[in-house]
Ligand binder design. Structure first.
Ligand code: PDD
Length: 287
């Protein structure tokens, strides 16, 4: 079945939606994106994603082409038109399509940003069997650029990281910079040692995950101790538990790092508990 997608103000069947070959998203990866999850046909943490989008646009001197209320309306309309109960809404805004290829940014008054949104239907996203089993990660060097706090569409290295993981029989890669874990290819990374949840503090080195913010808040509300500090892969391999967070995985236990099983190699207590709290609270607050 063909999806209905959104391109620059129009709702279209996916095969009729087009973007110029001069679009800077295509030529230069000059664009930003957001991924918002849908549970029970409702958006999870829409506000957080809208605020981060605005920040990403500002950091790149890009005009905000659509206000928050209209953006919410488009998200809801796509969820409705595509009958999404569980899944994702992907949003991408690029600096638009000037008349020709040029490294310099086009005049923002003459070139409209390109706005694209589409849904991804993912029945069973919340009840994912992967969450019962836990995932395996490998470590790789983090060679991305220095502004990972901006959610840009420069996803080549994360894609390569996923392929390296796949080749090694793992599910994802944790990236390491100067000996310390930054984050997963498309998620934030955590370890659990004793009664502490340890995760890298926010900086330009990592994406400031919307799920991360919610999970750390819920953890503190549940009297868990959160320590925001750097950690190494060696420390992670000796942790009691590990997990990742993102809009597409929520909270997902990690049971193996570079072939070393954590604990008994099955999800521990903390990650599944946080997943349950996150899903419960997010469903309640969904819009
Ligand atoms: N990825 N770190 C990176 C590098 C990411 O790409 C993502 C999200 C996260 C988690 O952020 P959030 O909790 O706001 O989803 C952290 C999305 C899901 C993606 O690229 O599909």
């Amino acid at each position: 079945m063909s999806r209905t997608v959104y391109v620059n103000g129009a709702y279209l069947p996916e095969h009729e939606a087009t973007v110029s070959i001069f679009d800077r998203g295509f030529l230069m990866a000059d664009g930003v994106y957001e991924v918002t999850s849908v549970l029970d046909g409702k958006l999870i943490d829409f506000d957080g994603h809208a605020v981060r989008l605005e920040r990403s646009l500002n950091e790149l001197d890009m005009r905000t082409p659509i206000d928050k209320d209209d953006l919410l309306e488009v998200h809801r309309e796509l969820v409705k038109r595509n009958g999404i109960e569980e899944g994702l809404v992907y949003l991408q805004i690029t600096r638009g399509a000037p008349a020709d290829r040029d490294f310099a940014f086009p005049d923002p008054d003459a070139t409209e940003p390109t706005v694209v949104l589409f849904t991804q239907n993912k029945p069973g996203l919340a009840a994912s069997p992967a969450a019962q089993k836990g995932m395996k990660v490998i470590s790789i060097e983090d060679i991305r650029w220095g502004r990972r706090d901006i959610k840009t569409v420069q996803l080549l290295y994360p894609s390569m990281g996923k392929m390296m993981a796949k080749k090694a029989g793992a599910d994802d890669a944790w990236m390491v910079q100067d000996g310390h874990v930054t984050e997963g290819t498309s998620n934030n990374a955590y370890i659990v040692k004793g009664n502490k949840i340890i995760t890298r503090p926010r900086s330009n080195d990592i994406l400031h995950g919307i799920t991360r913010a919610a999970v750390l808040r819920f953890a503190e509300e549940a009297q868990m101790i959160v320590e925001e500090r750097l950690f190494t892969i060696e420390e992670a391999k000796e942790a009691d538990e590990a997990f990742i967070t993102s809009a597409s995985t929520f909270v997902m236990p990690v049971v193996e790092i570079d072939g070393v099983a954590l604990g008994d190699g099955t999800p521990g207590k903390v990650a599944p508990r946080l997943r349950e709290i996150y899903l419960d609270e997010s469903r309640k607050a969904a819009i």
